[in-house]
Write a protein that binds this ligand. Structure first.
Ligand SMILES: CSC[C@H]1O[C@@H](n2cnc3c(O)ncnc32)[C@H](O)[C@@H]1O
Ligand SMILES: [Zn+2]
Length: 436
């Protein structure tokens, strides 16, 4: 058999339904896909254009960041240590009024650099001027689910909401045949979107068979507002409107009680859990163990870099594991395997992409990362799941492949010019500050 790339002798965590592990395994890539995977000795007959020595590496599916606002890298550190509403209304919304498609593209490129260097191959983004984010993801060689944010007030991107729906139609048409970019419907939240907007966005998602992504139940203030306005919890309000289904991904879900969770589980919707953003904005702790018990799919997100302040899913995994253990006073909740599934195959499920990514299986897209285990903090290596979740840092990521293409090799970006982008961001942000 002839392959394009053969990754040899790595400790492979497939994240397939059985959590199959090959302690000394190989993985062959032909074109965009995984053409063989198994024990190294069983695949030694495979010839390849390029052989990649993964000795001393853990080989994993690319990580999936199910909730971010990539271009908010531009606002990293602009305003910290504030609750959500003051942070948004006093600092972030005024800064965002000055955004342009060019700035959003630059911020997204910076985000892609950071995400790739920390093992992320797929991300789900909601922001303004999202065509620019899709272009950045495309140039980076990453996989992305992108959607223009919709809300009741005029957007700096499309103006009034009527034009917003037209804009989303155009985006869906522009990117419909792209192999790595998916468009989604992304109304901001129940508190910034009227029921008519939510229903229309959901109907459009149904008509185009696209994901429907929304912020939900992020804070106590949101619950209070929605209860006052509609007489029910944010979750019950969305259920009433009929916008919860298998295509719905709800970000945060911090303020959900037992009744909300039971109702949510019947809809087959998924949760994007953002532990670091929720901790930093002091929003609260999402009841993730209860979600899992109810059979709800949960993926991990960073949220934007202005409320985190990085885009590192590896550290998000560790935070999620530790947060829920201490919250439940139970060290057995969210074990390392469960956490790694949330950051890989369950993340892919949240985005409707589990048929093509999220695990290393023959026929799936070759979205693969190699993690170096040679450094002192990674030594010794008793259990690779534990090592990835509790010990690894982003500097341990050595190589990344998306759809069979090496987009980060030997800790160097191959698709984007990191020095140039960082330089341009510094310049753009200096000018931006002067205008504020
Ligand atoms: C998400 S794009 C639209 C809008 O939402 C703002 N935003 C960023 N982070 C959050 C969050 O955690 N909850 C609610 N809204 C958020 C972003 O700055 C954009 O203006
Ligand atoms: Zn968000």
């Amino acid at each position: 058999m002839q392959a394009d790339i053969l990754i040899e002798n790595g400790w492979i965590l497939t994240m397939d339904p059985e959590n199959t592990v090959f302690e000394k395994g190989s993985l062959a890539i032909t074109g965009e896909s995984i053409s063989a995977i198994g024990r190294a000795e069983d695949l030694s007959h495979i010839r390849a254009r390029e052989k990649v020595d993964a000795g001393g590496c853990i080989v994993l599916p690319g990580l999936v960041n199910v909730h971010t606002h990539a271009s908010m890298t531009l606002f990293r550190g602009l305003a910290d240590d504030l609750p959500l509403m003051r942070w948004l209304e006093d600092h972030i919304f005024p800064a965002e009024a000055r955004l342009t498609p060019e700035l959003v593209r630059l911020g997204a490129e910076l985000a892609c650099l950071e995400m790739m260097a920390s093992g992320t191959t797929t991300f789900c983004d909601m922001y303004l001027f999202e065509n620019s984010v899709a272009e950045a993801a495309d140039a980076a060689g990453m996989r992305a689910v992108v959607g223009e944010v919709l809300y009741d007030f005029p957007s700096p991107c499309y103006g009034p909401i009527e034009k917003g729906f037209l804009h989303v139609e155009e985006m869906a048409d522009r990117w419909k045949d792209h192999p790595r970019i998916t468009i989604a419907l992304k109304p901001h939240s129940p508190y910034l979107c009227a029921p008519e907007l939510l229903c229309r966005a959901f109907d459009m998602a149904e008509a185009h068979n696209l994901p429907f992504v929304i912020h939900l139940a992020e804070t106590a203030a949101e619950t209070e507002t929605i209860k006052k306005r509609y007489g029910r919890s944010p979750l019950a309000h969305l259920a009433d409107l009929g916008v919860l289904s298998k295509r719905t991904l709800a970000a945060h879900c911090v303020k959900m009680d037992e009744a909300d969770i039971a109702l949510f589980a019947t809809k087959g919707s998924a949760v994007a859990h953002n532990p670091q953003s929720n901790m930093k904005l002091a929003s609260g702790i999402a009841p993730v163990p209860a979600f899992l018990k109810a059979g709800i799919t949960v993926g991990l997100g960073t949220d934007g870099a202005a409320s985190n302040n990085d885009l590192n899913i590896l550290s998000e995994m560790r935070s999620a594991a530790l947060l829920h253990k201490v919250n439940m006073e139970d060290p057995t909740v969210l074990d390392a395997r469960t956490i790694l599934r949330m950051a890989t195959i369950d993340g892919a499920k949240c985005l409707g992409l589990d048929g093509i990514t999220g695990s290393l299986e023959r026929g799936k897209q070759a979205d693969v990362i190699l993690m170096d285990t040679g450094k002192p903090h990674m030594t010794p290596l008793h259990n690779p799941f534990s090592q990835v979740v509790y010990a690894a840092g982003r500097n341990d990521i050595r190589d990344i492949f998306v759809a069979g293409k090496g987009i980060y090799r030997n800790r160097c970006h191959t698709t984007l010019d990191a020095n140039d982008i960082c330089h341009r961001v510094r310049e753009a942000v200096a000018g931006f500050h002067k205008k504020v």
